[in-house]
Design a protein around this ligand. Sequence first.
Ligand code: MG
Ligand code: MG
Ligand code: MG
Length: 308
Amino acid sequence: MIAVFGHLNPDTDAITAALVYANLLRRQGEAATAYRLGELNFETVFVLKEAGVEAPELLGQLPAGHAVALVDHNESSQSLPGLKTLNVTHVVDHHRLGDLETSQPATLRFEPLGCTATILLRLHLEANLPVEPLDARLLLSAVLSDTLHFRSPTTTPADREAAAFLAQVAGIPDVTAYAMSMFAAKSDLGDTPASALLKMDYKVFVLGDQTWGIGVIETTNPGYVFGRQAELLSAMSAEKAASGLNGVLLSVVDILQETNRTLVPGDSEAGVVQAVFGAAAQGHVADLGGRISRKKQIVPALEAHFSR
Ligand code: MG
Ligand code: MG
Ligand code: MG
């Protein structure tokens, strides 16, 4: 059996890609099961509930050599602990190639598109397999989530075309209304503890000789997040110490205004943010302007800075 899963602190793409790719592999004759590597965020809970789909099971440790398929990630720092002891048989991803190693020849599909879902649609078309309506709904949700309804600079024409096609198959006539309901669910953070808010959309990156944790909160209600700024800053400092990181950042992305104001817990982060983005932190907040994509506008600039 191939265990199919997306990254730690899963987002909608990580969860739906695992479900849909496991189904596609089964339809192609492989034994495959979807799993998740963490708790669902509020947007993904909404998406699965609307679709009437159960969340994939939480994955525990796997025995050495077990077959795994990675979706929506490939870096070991974002994956199941002990990944290097496992047999990576497949990867479908739209991120930078990190430290991926395979023990056998593997099926790898990387494309610089806005979403793993867009690649998964291509895999269906190439295999001459129709996308099942439920899978189309899941894939559409992922495209809308990852591209922030086509606002993110990661969006490509292929993502827009995929969404239009998937909406038809899924029977979702008003994509804008559906996207807004997803973002409302994502922004309704309730009394979630600050440490959990930090980790909701959080990834660890090896950048040159440094290791940084970078979280993002995409929201239609940034006022709520900044109302909890003090708690979030202490959660960030605690995480930095607990995980021995060189720096921690938390970007608060206003989905509708397309702006990024990033929480900066300490002087070392403030210095790096000033050097890399030319943004001076004031009261632990740095205005990163329209840089709303961690993948395209934050991580590469930090990587260039630390690799110099
Ligand atoms: Mg993701
Ligand atoms: Mg993705
Ligand atoms: Mg995202």
